[in-house]
Write a protein that binds this ligand. Structure first.
Ligand SMILES: [Ca+2]
Ligand SMILES: [Ca+2]
Ligand SMILES: [Ca+2]
Ligand SMILES: [Ca+2]
Length: 138
């Protein structure tokens, strides 16, 4: 399970000349609209299917927008590499959460469809928790 968290913020930049402002030619992180990268490949996967990855439509144009080649932030001197209209974007981070129970289900996938090919059976391996022991040395 991938959890995506977003907040309204700005793209960051490296202030090479120490002016405190973004100037043309300085490095900045150009962010696309945020999306929940379910398969962790770094690519927004959208085909129109029900199980597509979901994006956050920051500019509310009903479509996913990639990077725009412009710095989005209020500390902008430019004059040409700044987006003077949209000075914010979604900053984001995500985590992948893996959950499991105490039982492991083991099957054999001979067809590559990620399901067990043993019809009518679900082999189960019970993983027992080790007994905790404590030795007190005095
Ligand atoms: Ca600067
Ligand atoms: Ca940008
Ligand atoms: Ca993806
Ligand atoms: Ca959009």
């Amino acid at each position: 399970m991938t959890i995506l968290a977003t907040a309204i913020g700005e793209e960051w930049f490296i202030d090479s000349n120490g002016s405190g402002m973004f100037d043309d030619g300085e490095y900045f992180q150009d962010l696309p609209e945020a999306w929940r990268d379910d398969d962790e490949d770094g690519v927004f996967d959208f085909t129109g299917a029900a199980d597509d990855e979901e994006s956050r439509d920051f500019n509310e144009n009903s479509s996913y927008d990639g990077i725009d080649g412009l710095y989005n932030g209020i500390l902008c001197e430019g004059p040409t590499e700044c987006d003077g209209v949209s000075t914010t974007t979604y900053v984001r981070t995500s985590i992948v959460l893996t959950m499991s129970g105490s039982n492991a289900t083991i099957g054999f996938d001979n067809t590559g469809d990620k399901t067990s090919d043993i019809a009518g059976t679900t082999p189960v391996l019970d993983v027992l928790q080790p007994t905790q022991r404590m030795t007190v040395i005095s």
